[in-house]
Design a protein around this ligand. Structure first.
Ligand code: ADP
Ligand code: ASP
Ligand code: MG
Length: 411
């Protein structure tokens, strides 16, 4: 059976007309002879609103009940989508995470998919019904509702595609593909017809939110072709290729920098006049790790006489207050002079498989930023990315300048 999964993000189901439009795309694919499973997000803004309700009761909420609330946005759209499909004369039914069941671990808010019991939905799809699954949500073994993290409907869609052995997973969103960088910030960004799993994984994990990182991980593990498409185009995925996320090929591997990602989700902490002796890094990062705070970029600067050093690192922005509290509590044990922090920072990352074999990539980045008078606070490199931390106010300027410097601008 030729089956495709069609996922519609928040903007694609943002109001009733858009839900009807999405239902039209499903009908088109069915006309072309495909069986279809649909995965929907909450209507745009709804998840934020639900999170706001929980916070308004208490900023220190129970994560299980938080999931019970925030998962409801997708339940509404799944039902509405099924109704819109009925209006087109199609047989359709909605499936919530617990109904399938889409089993996850119990990490509320960031749950990982463990298994999808897809027999029932598969049987009904084979009989001609469109299965509409609520994205973003799952259920634990003991029956508690979970959510998969922001943007998690992408992962729901890829997981369902894998479970149903679909031909491909089409992700309908508000841009018509994956671009060399966020097209909303850099108008000259170029659409990529294809991007390798590896590069997409890197772009997504460094901030390109067009696909959730875990959805790319899963697609890569199971070799599921994923296509990113515009919900506003007239054509459907079977006739209009957006960006295909797939195996890398020789041509793709030749470009040094394929894309630039950025994220505002990190905050910077600097500990000044830290005593420079063995064990000090362990005393800084041990308590943070025990508090469940992930440290990302780290840089240590030495001093002239070698007795004190400064150390700068980044933590997820939502954890900044907790992190500074942990460090303040440990101040005597760690032994530092002062602590300064900022949440007004942006991490900008160049991504490209070709970086493995090319020298001088980082130098161009530093020169470009220097030319614009942008100070680099932290630098981090890996085999296929180079990242810098800068003040947030320069995000647009830096992205546009780097995009040109690496020859990525559209003609
Ligand atoms: P949805 O609600 O459909 O899941 P998202 O808002 O999660 O949509 O993701 C789409 C957005 O991702 C785009 O509007 C765009 O601003 C952003 N984006 C960031 N980086 C990129 C990129 N490299 N290519 C395309 N879009 C990107
Ligand atoms: N509705 C969820 C969110 O806003 C999941 C998703 O849209 O993918 O994060
Ligand atoms: Mg998304």
């Amino acid at each position: 059976m030729s089956l495709i999964v069609m996922k519609f993000g928040g903007t694609s189901v943002g109001d009733i007309d858009r839900i009807k439009n999405a239902a039209g795309k499903v009908a088109e694919e069915i006309k072309r002879g495909h069986k279809v499973a649909v995965v929907v997000s909450a209507m745009s803004g709804v998840t934020d609103q639900l999170i706001g309700y929980c916070r308004a009761i208490s900023p220190r909420y129970d994560r299980g009940e938080h999931d019970a609330v925030v998962s409801t946005g997708e339940q509404v759209t799944a039902g509405l989508m099924a109704l819109a499909l009925h209006q087109r004369g199609l047989n359709a039914r909605s499936w919530q995470g617990w109904q399938l069941r889409l089993l996850t671990d119990s990490s509320h808010g960031t749950a990982r998919i463990v298994d999808i019991e897809a027999d029932a939905i598969r049987r009904r799809i084979q009989e001609g019904e469109v299965g509409v699954m609520a994205g973003f949500q799952g259920v634990t073994d003991d029956g508690r509702v979970t959510t998969l993290g922001r943007g998690g409907s992408d992962t729901s869609a890829v997981a369902l595609a894998v479970a149903l052995q679909a031909e491909r997973c089409d992700i309908y969103t508000d841009v018509d593909g994956v671009y060399t960088t966020d097209p909303r910030i850099v108008p000259k960004a170029k659409k990529m017809p294809r991007v390798s799993y590896e590069e997409m994984l890197e772009l997504a994990s460094l901030g390109a939110k067009v696909l959730q990182v875990r959805s790319v991980e899963m697609a890569m593990r199971y070799r599921m072709p994923v296509q990113v498409l515009s919900t506003f185009a007239n054509e459907v995925g079977s006739e209009l290729p957006g960006t295909l996320v797939t195996e890398g090929d020789k041509k793709m591997e030749s470009s040094v920098v394929t894309g630039i990602a950025y994220t505002n989700n990190e905050a910077r902490i600097t500990l000044l006049r830290l005593s420079d002796k063995p064990g000090v890094a362990a005393r800084v990062f041990g308590p943070l790790a025990r508090a469940g705070i992930n440290v990302d970029m780290i840089v240590q600067s030495g001093s002239e006489n070698g007795t004190v050093a400064d150390i700068t690192f980044t933590v997820p922005k939502p954890d900044l207050d907790r992190a500074t509290k942990v460090l303040t509590d440990e101040k005597t044990n760690i032994g530092f002079g002062n602590m300064v922090s900022s949440s007004e920072v942006t991490k900008i990352s160049l991504v490209g498989i070709g970086m493995r074999s090319h020298a001088g990539v980082a130098a161009t980045m530093f020169e470009t930023l220097a030319d614009k008078g942008i100070n680099i606070q932290v630098i981090e490199t890996s085999e296929i990315n180079t990242s810098v931390l800068i003040a947030s106010e320069y995000t647009e300027l830096a992205l546009r300048a780097l995009h040109s410097a690496y020859g990525l601008d559209a003609a």
